[in-house]
Design a protein around this ligand. Structure first.
Ligand SMILES: C[S@@+](CC[C@H](N)C(=O)[O-])C[C@H]1O[C@@H](n2cnc3c(N)ncnc32)[C@H](O)[C@@H]1O
Length: 258
């Protein structure tokens, strides 16, 4: 199946990999972070006509090529329902979700996939999420959503729950759509790691206090460990905790293992 898609909030292109594997051609990439874009460009060589854009808030619909699918793993910025409602009345509203909505309204792709943290569903007692689903439906889409976890739905040993919102303009296609079913987790972190020597700059040489504690505690090959500010926590689930963008800075999310 061949189709065209646009990759919004593209990061380093995780979602693009899946859509290219399914036969899609990426016609626009939108990503504001220059470092992420550098990695993205190293990961994907340009093919055919392709547009790069940085800030979605400045992206005018007339610059967006026609496409069949819009994909957006949009940032979990603090939303304000009041701001969203106001922004909906004022089309220039500077909100990221409204920018997605504007492209959907103007370009009318046949489907979309939005991804965000599970917690987004509870923000402001569920009001924000409800607003989003209602707005997407009013845009002409049949909308469905489901929380999936990479460790139970894709055999990736990371405990990462995300809500996936899917919309189709054609209700028959929406009815045929099925979310992936659960699949057993057979891979471990050791299946995912590179085997080559890691360069010294990736070690916490400035944090000898926690490094000493971690070296003492990390004993079993089948366990993941996390530094929790004062102590090392054992995690016997065999799945890595959610990897986050600021892993290196706080330290406590970082998994350790033998
Ligand atoms: C959760 S990450 C998406 C990761 C991506 N889906 C992937 O698979 O790698 C959100 C991305 O949105 C980008 N972003 C934030 N604000 C933006 C804006 N105004 N315009 C474009 N990109 C933006 C961030 O730099 C970040 O890379």
């Amino acid at each position: 199946m061949s189709f065209k898609f646009i990759d919004l909030f593209a990061g380093i292109g995780g979602m693009r990999i899946a859509f290219e594997k399914a036969g899609g051609e990426c016609v626009l990439t939108c990503e504001i972070n220059e470092e992420a874009l550098k990695t993205y460009k190293a990961n994907f060589k340009p093919k055919g006509t392709h547009v790069y854009f940085n800030d979605i808030l400045k992206l005018e619909s007339k610059l967006v090529p026609n496409h069949d699918v819009l994909i957006a793993g949009f940032p979990c910025q603090p939303y304000s329902i009041a701001g969203l409602r106001k922004g909906l009345k004022d089309e220039r509203g500077g909100d990221i979700f409204l920018a997605i909505l504007r492209i959907l309204k103007d370009k009318k792709p046949s489907s979309f996939l939005l991804e965000n943290v599970k917690g987004m569903m509870n923000h402001e007692k569920g009001e924000t999420f409800k607003f989003m689903i209602d707005s997407l439906s009013k845009c002409g889409y049949t909308v469905q959503y489901k929380v999936l976890n990479s460790m139970s739905h894709s055999n990736v040993p990371q405990n990462r729950e995300r809500v996936f919102v899917v919309g189709f303009r054609d209700p028959i296609k929406a009815e045929k759509f099925e979310y992936p079913k659960e699949t057993p987790l057979t891979k471990t972190i050791h299946d995912c790691l590179e085997t080559q020597q890691v360069s010294p700059e990736f070690y916490y040489t400035d944090r000898y206090d926690c490094y000493k504690e971690i070296s003492k505690a990390v004993k079993s090959k089948d366990t993941l460990y996390q530094w929790r500010r004062q102590y090392v926590r054992e995690n016997k689930s065999k799945a890595c905790p959610t990897l986050t963008a600021n892993m290196g800075s706080g330290g406590h999310n970082v998994p350790h293992f033998l």
